[in-house]
Design a protein around this ligand. Structure first.
Ligand code: MEV
Length: 438
């Protein structure tokens, strides 16, 4: 059993690895060699990666792929995606190609407002607090000028600050609820710095406010932090075409396909168990581009799923309809993204990804990512409502099994041929490889 360790972060990288190898592996040498196999030969590049986080021991590779032929608002994009799930890039590429010959994706930005809050406790009269807040409100702006100067030059800054009484939810609980425009940066650091200054201004001014009694003067700041729930930072993506134009290789009856597709979406709208998986499929596309472009996928995930529950019940993010013979499929999602700052200027592959996307603004990236999410959802629903998901999934998964069995070139050819006409399952692939080797 492993021992606790103090001062782990102070050990050198080599010492950390040795400790891990000793504590957790019977064959420590082999573990060390695997860990080091993933180091980059370029020492500077390795150091860059080491310093992204604390206690780095190695790099964890994920594949980076490209889904080409994304026609968005009349412009073609090749979308870089970072993901481990075998079928995702193939599905996005297929859906992108499909829609590129049917008008492409139409996307629009519906808002770009970010949110941050100072959560504090105040024991006293709300009217007094509100009068005090209004009297010092300009100071929140002036005392953050050094933080907001550069952002203002880029057209962003603090939009508004409100005082919110939350005492009906929690005793003595109030908020400063602030809204921000952060242009091409995700804005987390900017927002948090502003909020921490708001908190200082609030407590200092309260201490000096003669209208407050001593208890009212002693405002307690609990925390100051941005919100990853951004219901006013929204992008809409849509595809549409005549139902009859949905025809392709696996869709010989477009009316039946469109009806079933719309039903599948309606099921996800009313049934949370299905909605979660439906939205997970959307996030396959979204997360992979969010990762490739150096954005914070946890923030996006948290915000998107909260948005999916905005009406009190978890529901589908996408919607579909057939009206006057036109099939329309769309979604509106919140995406707080950046194309400058953070990892976007540090990680060499993120820079490459952004160059492949022709250096998009944050708003353009929101639109690309929303289109990718919708494409992914379309691909999943098309498979689910026609052939079933396993056909495509297992085709891609065969490669993983072949790699696991270190299959030779010849074995791969035989396996590919065999499964052209046979149902693929993990067991059947394994059985065939084992039979070939007998
Ligand atoms: C798998 O990663 C995603 C799907 O389950 C999405 C869906 O069911 O819509 C195929």
């Amino acid at each position: 059993m492993s021992q606790a360790i103090s001062g782990f972060s102070k050990l050198s990288k080599e010492e950390k690895i040795n400790w891990i190898a000793k504590e957790y592996f019977s064959n420590g040498k082999e573990a060390i060699s695997i860990i080091k196999q993933y180091w980059n030969n370029d020492e500077k590049l390795q150091q860059l990666h080491d310093e992204f986080i604390e206690n780095t021991i190695s790099n964890f590779y994920l594949p980076m792929g490209i889904a080409p032929n994304f026609l968005i608002n009349g412009k073609y994009y090749s979308v870089p995606m970072v993901i481990e799930e075998s079928s995702v890039v193939a599905a996005a590429a297929k859906a992108a190609k499909f829609w590129s010959t049917r008008g492409g994706f139409k996307t629009t930005i519906l808002g770009t407002e970010k949110i941050g809050q100072v959560h504090f406790l105040y024991k006293g009269d709300f009217k007094k607090l509100n009068a005090f807040f209004l009297s010092i409100k300009p100071k929140f702006f002036t005392e953050t000028e050094s933080i907001t100067k550069n952002m203002q030059k880029r057209g962003g800054g603090i939009l508004d600050i409100e005082l919110v009484d939350k005492t009906h939810d929690l005793e003595n609980y109030f908020q400063l609820h602030a809204t921000f425009e952060t242009k091409d940066s995700m804005g987390a650091n900017f927002i948090n710095s502003c909020l921490e200054q708001f908190a200082k201004t609030l407590t200092n001014e309260a201490q000096n406010n003669d209208d407050f009694n001593q208890e009212e003067k002693n405002i307690t700041i609990v925390m100051s932090i941005l919100s990853n729930y951004v219901p006013n930072c929204i992008v809409r993506a849509e595809v549409s075409c005549k139902v009859e134009d949905l025809v392709e290789k696996k869709i010989d009856n477009p009316n039946e396909f469109a009806d079933k597709f719309v039903q599948a979406v309606k099921i996800a709208e009313v049934e949370p168990y299905r909605a979660v998986t439906h939205n997970k499929g959307i996030m396959n596309g979204i997360d992979s581009v969010v990762l490739a472009t150096g954005n914070d996928f946890r923030a996006v995930e948290a915000g998107v799923h909260a948005y999916a529950s905005k009406n009190g019940k978890y529901s589908s993010l996408s919607h579909a309809k057939i009206e006057n013979g036109i099939f329309t499929f769309w979604m509106e999602i919140p995406l707080a993204l950046g194309t400058v700052g953070g990892l976007t200027s540090l990680h060499p592959l993120v820079k490459i990804a952004l160059e492949i996307l022709e250096k998009p603004s944050a708003q353009e990236l929101m639109q690309i990512i929303a289109a990718t999410g919708l494409a992914q959802n379309f691909a999943a629903l098309r498979s689910l409502t026609t052939t079933g998901i396993q056909e495509g999934h297992m085709k891609m998964h065969i490669n993983n099994i072949l790699n696991q069995y270190q299959a030779t070139k010849e074995e791969r050819i035989v396996v590919a041929k065999h499964f052209e006409n046979n149902t693929i399952s993990h067991a059947s692939v394994v059985e065939l490889i084992e039979n070939l080797r007998k």
